[in-house]
Design a binder for this molecule. Structure first.
Ligand SMILES: [Zn+2]
Ligand SMILES: [Zn+2]
Length: 167
């Protein structure tokens, strides 16, 4: 069963009123390097399909959650994805190859959903906006407290002068 397939038989016969849908399912292979949508995460897709001259026009809101690891502290990170889409599906065998197509009386939104989720996945996920990350010297998670490493934040040009006067 394809959870994101919509039967459009009625719509193709009576094009005067749109077809509303409210779908839920899961999606595979939606990931980027540091974040993903889990394969058992529920994806909700609500919207409508209209019959237009060139094919079927889909207006929908896709909603789910992403998981990943924070690029600063490596702890788990997660967040919401909510994206509005408006895309034309053309009948199979017409239009451009890189546009979306529907096959006969079935409009399968799976590819569209995956494409837009992947675009929304954070490339640089953070556990929180102000994550302090890890100490570069000892690896302490600085969100949990500071470490005892001495911060060498003196301008390196002065370091030489300092060592001269210390010596
Ligand atoms: Zn973090
Ligand atoms: Zn440290």
């Amino acid at each position: 069963m394809k959870p994101f397939a919509v039967g459009v038989t009625k719509l193709l016969r009576d094009t005067s009123s749109p077809l509303y849908f409210d779908l839920q399912g899961t999606i595979k292979d939606a990931f980027v390097t540091f974040s993903k949508v889990d394969e058992d995460e529920i994806v909700t897709v609500k919207g409508l399909v209209e019959s237009v001259h060139q094919g079927l026009l889909v207006n929908a809101v896709i909603q789910t959650r992403w998981q990943g690891s924070c690029v600063r502290c490596l702890e788990e990170a997660s967040g919401e994805i909510k994206v509005q889409v408006r895309e034309l599906f053309e009948p199979q065998g017409s239009g451009e190859d890189d546009s979306y197509h529907f096959d006969g009386e079935i409009l399968d939104l799976t590819e569209l959903i995956k494409d837009f989720i992947v675009l929304e996945l954070p490339v640089v996920p953070l556990c929180r906006k102000d994550c302090k990350g890890l100490c570069a010297t000892c690896g302490q998670n600085l969100n949990e407290g500071s470490c005892s490493c001495i911060k060498d934040d003196i301008d390196p040009r002065w370091g030489k002068l300092r060592s001269l006067s210390d010596g």
